[in-house]
Design a protein around this ligand. Structure first.
Ligand code: ADP
Ligand code: MG
Length: 426
C-alpha cells in the first residue's frame, strides 16, 4: 500500500504541499458503482517531482482531477497547502485552483486563433491583472520556456513541442507552487518529449515548483524523483529515485533526426531553430502545385476571354497569363504554408520563385529546341515573343542571353512578390 516517503535530505525542513488521506472516489454509473479510487494515502512535499504511472483505468486521471480541485473525493480528506480543499464548495475551490495550480494537458488546449502571448496572458486576465502587467509577465513566462522569439505566432504556426511549451508558460505565468500534468508528452515524439521534460526538470530544480505528472512511458517516469504506481484505484508502489534520469543529458546523447523529417511538424526544436535561421528547405511538391495553380488560372482566364467576352484569346493572351500568375502565387504560398506548418520565410520564397522560373524556362527552351530539331527548322514561330527571340538569334547570342536573363529576372521578381502577397493571408 501507499508507503509514506521521507526524502533523504533534511526531512524536518520539508513542507507537505499535498496530503490525500484515505481518499476514495466512487462513480455511480447507474448500472453499479465504480470505485475509481480506494482509500488512497499520498503525501507530496514541496519541490518533489512525482510521476504517476499505471495501466489505463487504474484511476490516474481521477486522482489528478481531485488534486486539481476539478472534482471532490467521495470520502477522505484532501489538503493542499494546508487548506482543506476537499470540503470547500465550487467558488472557493476555483480560487484555490487559480492561485495554487498550473495545468498542462496532453492536447495542449491552446486557443487556436490567438497568439502565444495572448494565450499565456489569459489566466492573468481571469485574475484581473492590468493589461500592461499581463503583457510583461506573459513575455517573461514565454522567455523562460525559450519562446521569446515566437510570441506573435498562433498555435498552428508552432510545432507540437513549441505548443506544449506555450501551455507550460501559460501554466507558469501565475507563479503557482504546483504544476499538474496529465500525459503532457502523449502527443510528442521522443526528442520533443525529452525537451519538454528537460524544461520541467529545470523549473522543478531552479524554481522549486512541485510537479505531479501522469505518464505511461517508462522513459518519462524515469526523469521523476518519485514514481507512484496505481492499480484498480489503489497505490501499489511508491518508489523514490535517488538518481532520476537527466532529460537534458539524454537529449544530447540522442542521435540527431532520429524520427521525423526536417520539415515535418513534429521535427525537433533544434532543427526548427536552424531551419528558421537559414530559411529552411523548400518542399519539391510546391512546384507541381504552382504549375497546377497556373494552369487553372490560365484556363479560367481563357474561358472568360473567349466565352464570356467573346474576343480572340490569341490577341488577349495577357489576361489568362496574368490570372495564371496570380493563382500560381496563391497556390504556391498556400501549399508552402501547409507543408511547412508556418508561412515561408522570404528566403524560401525567393528560392521557390527562382527555381520555378528557371525550371519552366529550361523546359520551354528545351521544348523549342526539340521542336526545331524534329521539324528541321520548318516551324515558323508566329507569336511576337518568339519573333523577338528569333530576331535576337539572328543578331547574336549575347543579346539573346541578355533578353533571356531580363525576362527570367522579371518573372522571378513577379512570382516572389505574388508569393509574398499571399504568404501572410489565411
Ligand atoms: P486512468 O486515467 O488511469 O486511465 P481513470 O481515472 O480515468 O483512469 O478511470 C478510473 C476508473 O474510473 C475507470 O474504471 C473509469 O471507467 C472510471 N471512471 C472515470 N471517470 C468516470 C466517470 N466520470 N463516470 C464513471 N466512471 C468513471
Ligand atoms: Mg487518464
Amino acid at each position: 500500500m501507499a508507503a509514506a516517503v521521507t526524502l533523504p535530505t533534511r526531512p524536518s525542513e520539508r513542507e507537505v504541499l499535498i496530503a490525500l488521506d484515505h481518499v476514495s472516489k466512487d462513480y455511480d454509473t447507474g448500472g453499479g458503482i465504480v470505485h475509481a479510487m480506494r482509500e488512497v494515502n499520498l503525501h507530496v512535499e514541496k519541490g518533489e517531482f512525482v510521476a504517476i504511472v499505471g495501466t489505463s483505468g487504474s484511476g490516474k486521471s481521477t486522482m489528478m482531477n481531485i488534486l486539481g480541485c476539478l472534482d471532490r473525493p467521495t470520502r477522505g480528506t484532501y489538503t493542499l497547502a494546508e487548506i482543506d480543499v476537499g470540503s470547500r464548495t465550487g467558488d472557493s475551490r476555483a480560487i484555490v485552483r487559480n492561485r495554487l495550480i498550473g495545468f498542462i494537458f496532453q492536447g495542449f488546449n491552446l486557443l487556436p486563433r490567438t497568439t502565444a502571448l495572448e494565450n499565456v496572458e489569459l489566466p492573468l486576465q481571469y485574475r484581473g491583472v492590468s493589461s500592461r502587467a499581463r503583457r510583461k509577465r506573459a513575455k517573461g513566462a514565454l522567455e523562460a520556456v525559450g519562446l521569446g522569439d515566437r510570441m506573435d505566432h498562433k498555435p498552428n504556426q508552432l510545432s507540437g513541442g513549441q505548443q506544449q511549451r506555450v501551455a507550460i508558460a501559460r501554466a507558469l505565468v501565475t507563479d503557482p507552487p504546483l504544476l499538474l500534468a496529465d500525459e503532457p508528452t502523449g502527443n510528442l515524439d521522443t526528442r520533443t518529449s525529452l525537451e519538454v521534460l528537460a524544461l520541467l526538470q529545470r523549473l522543478n530544480r531552479d524554481r522549486g515548483i512541485t510537479i505531479v505528472l501522469v505518464t505511461h512511458e517508462r522513459d518519462i517516469a524515469a526523469c521523476a524523483s518519485r514514481v507512484v504506481t496505481m492499480r484498480d484505484g489503489r497505490i501499489v508502489s511508491d518508489v523514490t529515485q535517488e538518481k532520476p534520469l537527466d532529460a537534458a543529458a539524454e537529449l544530447t546523447a540522442l542521435p540527431v533526426a532520429d524520427d521525423g523529417g526536417p520539415s515535418s511538424q513534429h521535427g525537433s526544436e533544434e532543427q526548427d531553430a536552424a531551419a528558421t535561421k537559414v530559411g529552411g528547405p523548400v518542399p519539391f511538391s510546391v512546384y507541381p502545385m504552382m504549375w497546377l495553380g497556373d494552369a487553372l488560372g490560365y484556363a479560367l482566364g481563357a474561358v472568360y476571354v473567349s466565352a464570356i467576352l467573346g474576343v480572340d484569346v490569341g490577341k488577349h493572351a495577357w489576361f489568362p497569363l496574368l490570372l495564371g500568375e496570380v493563382t500560381k502565387g496563391w497556390a504556391g504560398a498556400r501549399w508552402l504554408r501547409r507543408k511547412l506548418g508556418k508561412p515561408a520565410t522570404s528566403d524560401q520564397r525567393v528560392r521557390t520563385s527562382l527555381w520555378y522560373t528557371l525550371g519552366t524556362l529550361a523546359c520551354i527552351v528545351l521544348g523549342f529546341i526539340g521542336m526545331l530539331a524534329a521539324n528541321k527548322g520548318a516551324v515558323r514561330p508566329s507569336a511576337p515573343l518568339l519573333d523577338a527571340l528569333s530576331g535576337a538569334v539572328a543578331r547574336g547570342t549575347p543579346i539573346l542571353l541578355l533578353v533571356f536573363a531580363g525576362v527570367a529576372g522579371c518573372l522571378v521578381l513577379l512570382r516572389y512578390l505574388l508569393l509574398s502577397l499571399f504568404n501572410a493571408r489565411k
